[in-house]
Design a protein around this ligand. Structure first.
Ligand SMILES: Cc1cc2nc3c(=O)[nH]c(=O)nc-3n(C[C@H](O)[C@H](O)[C@H](O)COP(=O)(O)O)c2cc1C
Length: 351
């Protein structure tokens, strides 16, 4: 694929992600989760703290911006805006796939510029599993180093790769490649889905690999089957299949619960559970924390807010933080850690 085609594809991804038809609305199953109301919390609102540590660093929030697009001119300014805001507010920032950098075809100095714009941000590098399977650890290390990233996340997107005409659905050897990376890379290795979630079986295997965190990125928000379907020529094989698979995936709620179960079954070092996929407000985030998520992320809503400029982005982030505090107060929990531990704080029923 040449550079123009690549940039066009990335722009199409942004446009399509902002189209509500490509959001699997109502499929997170968060509507089924009820947090029990504490009418007399033994707390003052002002004493609540949403600060949480991440990779040895204390951050002001338990949120992250999930990795989005890198590698084309429009993305650079959006990423800088997001990175600076994440640094100021204490959010983790995942960058988009750095595959192009691995192939030596990135915009010159893109990562270094992003790092210079937010020198204190906790940044997470991003590569797809098919690139990780074929690349040398030294090549991956240089990508992490150029961004001065604190961690690397490897994304899993089998549905998208299978539907995309130019996709790379070569995942054989993925678990072994992850094991090698965990052993050889100096920074923590995370794994994420991209909006189709993870089953208990996948999560049990990931628990054995020794990754530091798993972002389940479940069904209920941005859906790559729908996006690739919208990009495919009408009536093509890809567009028809995309309709068939337009609801494909494990919900964000089921994925987090499966991640928790998988941890109970493994004797290996535990991964942190991160959750994204259809998280659209601070109450959604609080519910996922009650289910066990240690960090909760947003992709499409963060992109949408960033497109409104710095002021809109900060107001949107502050809103998420405020809503999480309200949820903590009304469940009688002073911190997200208390919410995760509180017996009986959540229940599940039909909405
Ligand atoms: C425009 C856009 C580009 C994305 N690019 C990447 C990517 O390069 N790497 C990745 O791991 N995930 C990527 N994602 C997936 C997100 O990180 C996230 O897993 C998914 O969008 C679900 O979250 P959401 O429902 O909040 O959007 C992208 C998402 C969007 C909206």
């Amino acid at each position: 694929m040449d550079i123009q085609q690549f940039e066009l594809r990335k722009r199409e991804h942004i446009d399509q992600a902002l189209d509500p038809r490509n959001q699997a609305v109502g499929r997170t199953r968060l509507e089924e989760i009820h947090l029990s109301h504490e009418a007399l919390p033994d707390l003052d609102f002002d004493e609540l703290s949403i600060a949480e540590s991440c990779f040895g660093r204390e951050l002001a929030t338990p949120f992250f911006v999930a990795g989005m697009t890198m590698g084309h001119p429009d993305a650079a300014s959006l990423n800088e805006l997001l990175a600076i805001a994440c640094q100021e507010r204490g959010w983790v920032m995942g960058v988009g796939s750095q595959r192009r950098q691995l192939e030596g075809r990135s915009l010159p100095g893109e990562s270094a510029r992003l790092r210079r714009s937010a020198p204190r941000a906790l940044l997470v590098s991003n590569l797809g599993i098919s690139q990780v399977i074929t690349a040398k650890t030294s090549e991956i290390r240089s990508i992490v180093d150029e961004l001065e990233a604190q961690a690397l996340v490897v994304h899993l997107n089998p549905l998208q790769e299978a539907l995309q005409p130019e996709g790379t659905p070569q995942f054989r050897g993925g678990f072994a490649a992850l094991e090698r990376l965990v052993r050889e890379l100096e920074v923590p290795v995370l794994v994420k889905e991209t909006g189709s979630g993870m089953s208990a079986r996948t999560l049990e295997k990931l628990a054995q690999v020794g990754v530091a965190a798993v972002d389940v990125s479940g069904l209920g928000g941005t859906h790559w089957g729908r996006i690739e379907g919208a990009r495919a020529p009408a009536a093509s094989r890809g567009s028809q299949a995309a309709q068939v698979f337009s609801e494909w995936g494990e919900s964000t709620v089921d994925s987090v619960l499966a991640a928790r179960e998988a941890l109970l079954k493994t004797a290996h070092p535990r991964y942190c559970i991160w959750a994204s996929g259809g998280v659209r407000n601070g109450l959604d985030a609080a519910k996922l924390m009650a289910l066990g998520a240690e960090r909760v992320g947003y992709a499409q809503p963060a992109l949408q807010a960033a497109m409104g400029g710095e002021g809109v982005l900060h107001r949107w982030m502050e809103q998420q933080e405020f809503e999480l505090r309200v949820a903590l107060f009304c469940t009688g929990c002073a911190t997200p850690a208390e919410l995760r531990k509180k017996e009986g704080v959540w229940s599940r029923g039909r909405s």
